[in-house]
Design a binder for this molecule. Structure first.
Ligand SMILES: C[S@@+](CC[C@H](N)C(=O)[O-])C[C@H]1O[C@@H](n2cnc3c(N)ncnc32)[C@H](O)[C@@H]1O
Length: 280
């Protein structure tokens, strides 16, 4: 969930970006943005709530209400693109054995600081393991997990989402589930602004070229990759998943604004898509 609105950006547009350039840009971007992201969005994500929270997107739809995961007690859970690991912390408080992973050391450091704070507050209960890795190349054995989750982590930020889904399928036991949220594909046709001007379709939904911010030297500063709803279904099936649900959260966040996500837009069109998949 990036705001993707930065006044000092040298150039913004849509153009293809290779997988390796994408990963390089993501690591640099999220390392640099980690502290700012947490100070801007941490409260929304549950940093101030006991036991943290699992929020599926800027609509403020919480897992406590959505119940997409069911009872997680005793499950082996992997979070990819975990950022500050708010989701992992929430799952751990409900009895799951969770490992939180992310590409960005900066984001994981924010998660470690949150773990320090929680451990100090509750007398030193076990820490949630945090591990730096690329979700496209997971350092785990086959069938090591019952559930893989992500809230806006990794999937929108890779050129090769098929690899992320294939890795998730590999580390899941047969019958295990992947539940992960991404920006709703419809969002890509609308300007990324929260007011009325964000309600007019200005761009083709079918343009799969990623949104790219480019430095003056031509390097990629920030990139988000776009897929349509049908693309997500095909990617999931190609990785060996059955699609159980495509959840589209309605607006629950009051007057909160996150980039282009707002009550105005969120009450009219979906802004998040939650992929609910089962390994066949
Ligand atoms: C919008 S943040 C979401 C973080 C957290 N899930 C949340 O809800 O705040 C996206 C996260 O995806 C991570 N990410 C980007 N590319 C990744 C990759 N290839 N593998 C793993 N994580 C990645 C970023 O480092 C960042 O922490």
């Amino acid at each position: 969930m990036s705001d993707a609105n930065h006044p000092d950006q040298p150039s913004v547009g849509r153009r293809p970006v290779a997988a390796a350039d994408t990963v390089r840009a993501q690591r640099t971007w999220w390392d640099a943005e980690a502290a700012g992201y947490r100070s801007e969005h941490g409260t929304f994500l549950g940093d101030d709530r006991p036991g943290s929270d699992l929020v599926w997107g800027p609509e403020g739809w919480r897992e406590a209400d959505a119940a997409l995961l069911g009872d997680v007690a005793g499950l082996r859970v992997l979070e990819v693109g975990a950022g500050g690991a708010q989701c992992a912390r929430w799952l751990a408080t409900r009895g799951a054995a969770v490992v939180a992973t992310d590409l960005s050391l900066g984001m994981l450091r924010e998660g470690a600081a949150l773990e320090d704070r929680r451990a100090a507050a509750d007398g030193g209960s076990p820490r949630t393991p945090l591990l730096q890795c690329d979700a496209r190349v997971l350092p785990f054995a086959d069938a090591a997990f019952d559930l893989v989750v992500t809230s806006y982590g990794a999937l929108p930020f890779v050129a090769d989402a098929d690899r992320v889904l294939a890795e998730a399928a590999r580390v899941l036991r047969p019958g295990g589930r992947f539940v992960g949220s991404v920006p709703h594909p419809l969002r890509w046709a609308l300007p990324d602004v929260p007011g009325p001007e964000g309600l007019t379709v200005t761009h083709s939904y079918f343009d799969r070229r990623p949104y790219v911010e480019t430095e003056e030297d031509g390097s990629v500063r920030y990139v988000e990759h776009h897929r349509t709803v049908g693309d997500w279904v095909r990617l999931a099936r190609g990785a060996g998943f059955t699609v159980e649900d495509l959840a589209e959260p309605e607006w629950h966040a009051g007057e909160a604004v996150w980039g282009g996500w707002s009550r105005l837009r969120g009450e009219l069109v979906p802004g998040t898509l939650v992929l609910c998949l089962r390994r066949a």
